[in-house]
Design a protein around this ligand. Structure first.
Ligand code: F6P
Length: 531
C-alpha cells in the first residue's frame, strides 16, 4: 500500500476514535444543520446519512480516502470498458446495459451498446410471441445472479405486471424447490427460461432437465420437441444451449463483460420482462442509467453511491462493525436483502488485494435483513440492546403501490408502515434512558443505549424507475468499497472449491470403490448416506 494511502487510513482511524466518544445525539446537538448537511438526493432517491457516526471532519477524510485510492479513475476505467476484472481478463460493463443507443463503448472492436439494444429488441419480440401463443407463466431456471436479480425485481414490481404472463423462479437443486415452483402450473401454458451465463451450473442444468421432463409429459411430446417449442435460453454459451436443444431463435445472449450479480439489466432479466412488459423494463433501465450519470457526474461529497460506500467503510473499518442489516419497509422488496448479499458479499468478500497480496483492512461485512415491520418482532431486540452494534439501511417509500384493497386501507396501513420505519431509525440513534419514576422499573433492562447508526433511503413510490435507481445505487456503492479496499470486486474464486468437491463427493457416492482424495469425515458421511 502506498504511503499516501496509508496516511489517509491512519487519519480515518483517528476520526473514528475521535467520534467514538461522541454520540449521534451529540453530533445533532452540535450542528443545527446536520439533517440537511447529511441528506442528499440521488436522482429520485433521498438518502439521509445524518444518523451515521460521521461529521464534516470524518466526511472530508472519507472523501480523501476515495481520492487517494483513485475511486474516480477506477470508476472511469470501468465505464470506458477497460479490462478491470484483472483475474479473469474482462471488462466490467453492466453500465453499458442501460446506456442509451448511440453511446459508443467498444470491447474487442464490438460496439457493445448496439449489441445490447438489439438483444433487447429480440427480448421484446419474444415476449410478444409468448403472449400470442397463450403462455401464462414463465419459469426462470437459474441460480445466483441468474435468479436473485430477476426474482427480487419481479416481486418488487408485481403491481406493474401487465402482460398476463406470470414469472416463477426456481434455483435450488433441492427437488422440493422445483416441485413447489411447478405446482399448479399447466404445461400447455408454461414456458421455461434457462438462465445461465455458463450453461454449466450444476443446479440449473439439473432443474432444467427435470423441468423439461415435466413439460414433455404435460404436453404429450418427446423431450426434444418440448425443448424446441417451449424452452428459452439466456447464456453466453450458445453452443451449450444449442446442444441442449434450444432453438437459436429462442436463445438470448449474455456477455463475459457482465458479471452474474450485475446482470439484471441484460437478457438475464428476460423472465422479469415477460411479466412487467418491455416498457416497464425500459423504465427500470432508465432509472439505473440516471444513477449511473449521477455517479459519474456528481462531486464525491454529494454523490449518493460514493457516500453510501464510504459510510460503509467508516462502519466496517473505523468502528469495526462486522455486519449490516438492510431493512426494506416495503414487503415487495422482501428479496432485496438476499439480492444484496450476493452483490456485496460475492463482490467484496475477499482477503487478497488486486495484486494478490493480503488486504490490510477488513473487507465486506455480513449483509442480512428482512422486511420491516416483521423484523421488529423478531431480531430488532438485538439491534436495540444487543452487545454488537449493527448499522442498518432503512428503505421506504412515501406511497404504496399495493392494489386490490380499499384505497383508504392502503393509505392508512402504509402510513403505519412508514411511521414504524421513522420510529425505528430514531430509537436506534437516540435511545431512551431507563424509567426511574416507576418503583417496579427494570432499570437497565428497559434502557435503550441508542448511538446505533443507520442510513434511510426514501423514494416517492417503488416503481420500475426507482427500483432501477436503488439497484444501481448499491451496485456503485459496492464498487466504491471494492476500489477503496483495493480488491477485484468482479471475480468470485471463493465459490470454486465447494463446486469441485461436490463433484468429487458425487463421484464417490456413485462409485465407492473409485480412488478419492476426500477427507475421513466426508467419507464417513458418504458411508452413512449410502451404506
Ligand atoms: O457460483 C457462483 C456463480 O458463478 C455466480 O457468480 C453466478 O451468478 C452463479 O454462479 C450462476 O452462474 P451461471 O449464470 O453461469 O449459471
Amino acid at each position: 500500500m502506498e504511503e499516501s494511502v496509508r496516511r489517509v487510513w491512519s487519519a480515518l482511524d483517528r476520526e473514528a476514535s475521535r467520534l467514538s466518544v461522541a454520540s449521534i445525539a451529540d453530533l445533532f446537538a452540535s450542528d443545527a444543520d446536520r439533517t440537511s448537511r447529511f441528506t442528499l438526493e440521488s436522482a429520485d432517491l433521498r438518502l439521509d446519512f445524518s444518523r451515521q457516526r460521521i461529521d464534516s471532519g470524518a466526511l472530508a477524510v472519507l472523501v480523501a480516502l476515495a481520492e487517494a485510492t483513485e475511486v474516480p479513475a477506477k470508476r472511469d476505467a470501468m465505464f470506458a470498458g477497460e479490462s478491470i476484472n484483472s483475474t479473469e481478463g474482462r471488462s466490467v460493463l453492466h453500465t453499458a446495459l442501460r446506456a442509451p443507443i448511440g453511446t459508443r463503448i467498444e470491447v474487442g472492436g464490438v460496439d457493445v451498446v448496439h449489441a445490447v439494444h438489439s438483444a433487447r429488441e429480440r427480448m421484446a419480440h419474444l415476449v410478444d410471441g409468448m403472449r400470442a401463443e397463450g403462455i401464462r407463466t414463465v419459469v426462470n431456471i437459474g441460480i445466483g445472479g441468474s435468479d436473485l436479480g430477476p426474482a427480487m425485481a419481479a416481486g418488487a414490481l408485481a403491481p406493474f405486471a401487465t402482460t398476463g404472463i406470470g414469472a416463477r423462479f426456481v434455483s435450488n437443486v433441492d427437488p422440493a424447490d422445483l416441485a413447489a415452483c411447478l405446482a399448479g402450473l399447466d404445461a400447455r401454458t408454461t414456458a421455461l427460461v434457462v438462465s445461465s451465463k455458463t450453461f454449466t451450473t450444476q443446479e440449473t442444468m439439473a432443474n432444467a432437465r427435470s423441468a423439461v421432463r415435466w413439460l414433455a409429459t404435460g404436453l404429450g411430446l418427446d423431450e426434444e420437441s418440448a425443448v424446441s417449442t417451449r424452452v428459452y435460453a439466456v447464456t453466453s454459451n450458445i453452443a451449450a444451449a444449442t446442444a441442449f436443444g434450444v432453438a437459436e431463435s429462442r436463445t438470448l445472449p449474455m456477455w463475459d463483460w457482465v458479471g452474474g450479480r450485475f446482470s439484471l439489466a441484460s437478457a438475464i432479466g428476460f423472465s422479469l420482462m415477460c411479466s412487467i412488459g418491455p416498457e416497464n423494463f425500459e423504465a427500470m433501465l432508465a432509472g439505473m442509467h440516471a444513477i449511473d450519470r449521477h455517479f459519474v457526474e456528481t462531486p464525491l461529497d454529494r454523490n449518493g453511491p460514493v457516500l453510501l460506500g464510504l459510510v460503509g467503510i467508516m462502519n466496517r473499518n473505523g468502528f469495526g462493525y462486522g455486519s449490516r442489516a438492510v431493512i426494506p419497509y416495503l414487503q415487495q422488496l422482501a428479496r432485496f436483502p438476499a439480492y444484496l448479499q450476493q452483490l456485496e458479499m460475492e463482490s467484496n468478500g475477499k482477503r487478497s488485494d488486486i495484486d494478490g497480496e493480503a488486504v490490510l483492512r477488513h473487507t465486506s461485512p455480513v449483509v442480512w435483513g428482512e422486511p420491516g415491520t416483521n423484523g421488529q418482532h423478531a431480531f430488532f431486540q438485538l439491534l436495540h440492546q444487543g452487545t454488537d452494534i449493527v448499522p442498518v439501511d432503512f428503505i421506504g417509500a412515501r406511497r404504496s403501490t399495493a392494489r386490490g384493497l380499499d384505497p383508504d386501507d392502503v393509505d392508512s396501513q402504509h402510513e403505519k408502515l412508514v411511521a414504524n420505519l421513522f420510529a425505528q431509525a430514531a430509537a436506534l440513534a437516540f435511545g431512551a434512558p431507563a424509567a426511574t419514576d416507576n418503583p417496579h422499573a427494570l432499570g437497565e433492562h428497559r434502557a435503550f443505549p441508542g448511538n446505533r447508526p443507520s442510513t434511510t433511503i426514501l423514494m416517492d413510490a417503488l416503481t420500475p424507475s426507482t427500483l432501477g435507481q436503488l439497484i444501481a445505487l448499491y451496485e456503485h456503492a459496492t464498487f466504491v468499497q471494492g476500489a477503496v479496499w483495493g480488491i477485484n470486486s468482479f471475480d468470485q474464486w471463493g465459490v470454486e472449491l465447494g463446486k469441485a468437491l461436490a463433484g468429487d463427493v458425487s463421484s464417490h457416492i456413485a462409485d465407492r470403490a473409485a480412488p478419492t482424495n476426500l477427507d475421513p469425515a466426508t467419507r464417513a458421511a458418504v458411508a452413512w448416506y449410502r451404506p
